[in-house]
Design a protein around this ligand. Structure first.
Ligand SMILES: Nc1ncnc2c1ncn2[C@@H]1O[C@H](COP(=O)(O)OP(=O)(O)OP(=O)(O)O)[C@@H](O)[C@H]1O
Ligand SMILES: [Mg+2]
Ligand SMILES: [Mg+2]
Length: 281
């Protein structure tokens, strides 16, 4: 079995994956798509599995597409990356399947955003369909802040960033929940606690990871959500709604797992390499 590890920026996660591949004596190549072009040819098809780890969503998506085209099994698949990489496409699948998502209105012009703000009511959340690490995810408390966000987003070069997901602000516990699923298994979940100078819980923004007891409702909601998008190795953000219970905020197709490992003690890279060896050797 031969594995390709697709990267652009090498984070601690990718270093741990390399270590796990070495420790478990799996043959692999690291392909840095920020440096190497990817040809549509048979030679690329020599890999059995590709672990897609590029930070850039488009690099991940297109790298997966080329590799899949040459017959390689990619984790995750091109379809999963295209859906999970876009929060509107994700909500579309989840909503249709009856899985709870934050009450959301999609608005595609400044005028329609103003209407969506009125319909949701302040305070509200406005975020673009693409992006990570909480970037551009905005808490808007009044119309003045709203107008500022609308103006700034209109200046973005990327059309997707001009689209607004206007969303209810789900608050109460000062935390959100992050889970990881591998194959059909829920590896675990942990809480990300919001720091005092923030309203978002991302570890990249200073959110502190702590252990969390997983109940049946959480497990069921998360596994269902991952199944709906066919995710193979994904992380899931869950918010706790005061009346509706667990709500799926988003799924991530290139999961970061530093905080997860810290809080749960579960060795994600070793588990992923074991999973791949079991499934593809
Ligand atoms: N509707 C909401 N209500 C309350 N908090 C929210 C809401 N949407 C987002 N947040 C907070 O902002 C954080 C970032 O939002 P979100 O997960 O949607 O963005 P992201 O950039 O895709 O994050 P990630 O780095 O996890 O990929 C969430 O983890 C949560 O703490
Ligand atoms: Mg995300
Ligand atoms: Mg998130």
């Amino acid at each position: 079995m031969k594995v390709a590890l697709i990267v652009d920026i090498v984070r601690q996660e990718e270093k741990l994956l390399v270590k796990a591949l070495n420790d478990k004596q799996v043959s692999y190549d690291v392909i840095n798509v920020a440096q190497e072009p990817l040809p549509f040819n048979r030679a690329l098809g020599r890999y059995d599995v590709a672990i897609i780890r590029a930070v850039s969503m488009y690099r991940s998506l297109y790298a997966a597409a080329v590799l899949e085209g040459t017959g390689v099994h990619t984790i995750n698949s091109t379809d999963v990356i295209s859906v999970a990489g876009d929060k509107i496409l994700t909500y579309s699948k989840l909503f249709r399947a009856g899985i709870p998502v934050p009450q959301s209105i999609i608005a595609m012009s400044p005028d329609s955003v103003m209407k969506a703000y009125e319909q949701i009511g302040f305070p509200l959340i406005d975020k673009p369909p693409i992006g990570s690490w909480g970037r551009m995810v905005s808490l808007i408390r009044d119309i003045i802040e709203g107008k500022t966000i609308i103006e700034h987003r209109e200046m973005m070069g990327n059309s997707a960033l001009k689209v607004h997901i206007v969303q209810e602000y789900i608050t109460g516990k000062n935390r959100d929940i992050r889970c990881i699923v591998m194959g059909n298994e829920l590896l675990g979940c942990y809480a990300r606690n919001i720091p005092s100078n923030e309203w978002r819980a991302n570890v990249a923004l200073g959110g502190t990871p702590t252990p969390l007891e997983v109940d049946d409702a959480l497990k069921e909601t998360v596994l269902k959500a991952v199944k709906v998008i066919n995710g193979e190795f994904v992380s899931i953000d869950v918010l706790e709604h005061q009346s509706r219970g667990y709500v799926i905020n988003e799924l991530n197709d290139v999961p970061e797992f530093k905080g997860f490992m810290l809080a749960t003690g579960i060795d994600v890279p070793n588990r992923l390499v074991d999973y791949i060896k079991e499934k593809f050797s």
